[in-house]
Structure formats: structure tokens, C-alpha cells
Design a protein around this ligand. Structure first.
Ligand SMILES: [Zn+2]
Length: 248
């Protein structure tokens, strides 16, 4: 992957970043800069501290395996962790109120009738800051209450910090689009066909957040699986499990 170098405006340390990254945080002093405009980042930059070291992270995943109904009984004992890495991943958190009004046709029972409705919800909508990697954002119930101002000294040694490839405005646009899709899905419970759906948004102050996630790979009976674990509270965000269901 191509990397570029500039120096940190605050401490002078070399700042390396990958192509595509537009918001970069200095690993030495925590200063955050917006690359394309070369200006300091003025929004809130928060951090969720990591409370799970590697051993605790593996223990959490093993306990999750033991409590799974579909996993084989010997999984926790026989799973071999092959790659375990703590990453601080970039997210945009967007407080947003979305008010949708829709018109649709209800036709599943009897004659077709027109239906109108509205959906109003408040969110702290989460947008993942990277394009090149997949992350199960919708499954991540980020424990936002535990956040603190970004502090580079709270990043454990060996952890990787990823920067955002998405700016604030784009993150807000992505949030609006995703919310609109969700509301369309909800409206379809009341109407079989949506004729039109309009959504009005009220956007609060977005902030940028780095959250600790353990990305773990394990092997079981020759096959590889992946688990994402929230490094702040130790919950499995999403994980693959071998199942007993298969071809016999
Ligand atoms: Zn610096």
C-alpha cells in the first residue's frame, strides 16, 4: 500500500499515512490533521479505552464459544488462535434526528388502499471511516458512554491505529442514505409498495472516534474463522462459528 509522509505540525514527528486516508492522527502526540486541506481537525476527537489485553480478549471469545448453542462442544478447547491483533478503528458518530413521511399502497389483504405514515427517530448514527476494509458496523453497539478525549498515551504498544478515509460531510451523507433505507424498510411493514418517502434530517455535532477492536483469527479442524471483539467492553461484535450442521 502506498504511504506518504508529512511532518506533524504540532511535534514535528514524521507522519505516515496510507493513500486514501484523509484524517491523520500523529502517533507521537495525538495531534489530528485533515490532510487535503492541511488544517487542524476542529471537531471532537474521542477515544474508547482498551480494557482487554490479549489474554482477556481470548478468554472472552472462549466464553462466547462455550455459550453458543450452535458451536461444537469442544470449540473453546480446540480453537487455535492464529492471528490476534488490537486495532483502533476510526468511526464517525453523528447525532441525527430523522423524520420520514411516506405514502404507499397496502394490498396484501383485499382491495388496494392507500396508506400514509411517518417515522421519527433519534440516532447516534455510526459510520465506519474506512473504505478498503469491511467492518460489521451495524452489529457494533459502541459503548459511547465510556469515551474520553483522544489520548495517544492510552494506545497500548503494538496496537494499530487506522485513520479515516472519509471526511465529516461524506459521513453525514452516508448516514442520511442509510437511515433513509432503514426507514423505507420500516415503512414496508405498513405498506406493500412505497409511492414516495421523504426524510427530513436534523444533524447535530458529529464527532470522530477511535474504538479498540480485537480482530482475531482462529483455526478449528483445519478451517479458519474470524471474530471481531469490542476491546472496550469485551463483547463479541461479530464472529464466525463452525457448526455441527453439515454434510454427513
Ligand atoms: Zn505530533
Amino acid at each position: 500500500m502506498a504511504t506518504s509522509k508529512i511532518s506533524c505540525d504540532h511535534c514535528g514527528a514524521p507522519l505516515k499515512y496510507s493513500s486514501g486516508e484523509i484524517i491523520v492522527t500523529c502517533p507521537y502526540c495525538g495531534y489530528t490533521v485533515v490532510i487535503d486541506v492541511g488544517k487542524p481537525f476542529t471537531l471532537e476527537h474521542s477515544l474508547l479505552p482498551s480494557n482487554f489485553n490479549e489474554k482477556k480478549a481470548i478468554d472472552s471469545v472462549k466464553s462466547w464459544m462455550k455459550h453458543s448453542f450452535i458451536a461444537p462442544g469442544d470449540l473453546a478447547r480446540r480453537a487455535k488462535f492464529t492471528d490476534v491483533q488490537l486495532q483502533f478503528l476510526p468511526f464517525w458518530i453523528i447525532p441525527i434526528t430523522a423524520n420520514s413521511t411516506f405514502r404507499g399502497l397496502f394490498e396484501r389483504t383485499g382491495p388496494r388502499i392507500e396508506k400514509k405514515g411517518s417515522i421519527k427517530k433519534n440516532y447516534n448514527w455510526i459510520v465506519f471511516g474506512q473504505r478498503k476494509t469491511e467492518f460489521p458496523t451495524r452489529e457494533f453497539d459502541i459503548p459511547l458512554e465510556g469515551r474520553m478525549p483522544y489520548d495517544f498515551r492510552k494506545i497500548p504498544e503494538g496496537a494499530k491505529v487506522f485513520n479515516s478515509e472519509i471526511g465529516e460531510h461524506e459521513a453525514v451523507d452516508i448516514a442520511k442514505q442509510q437511515i433513509k433505507n432503514d426507514h423505507r424498510f420500516l415503512a414496508k411493514q405498513d405498506a406493500d409498495r412505497i409511492i414516495d418517502l421523504e426524510t427530513e434530517f436534523k444533524v447535530g455535532r458529529a464527532y470522530y472516534l477511535h474504538a479498540p477492536v480485537w480482530i482475531m483469527r482462529y483455526k478449528y479442524k483445519g478451517k479458519n474463522y474470524q471474530v471481531f471483539l469490542d476491546g472496550c467492553e469485551g463483547e463479541v461484535i461479530k464472529g464466525d462459528l463452525p457448526t455441527n450442521i453439515g454434510f454427513f
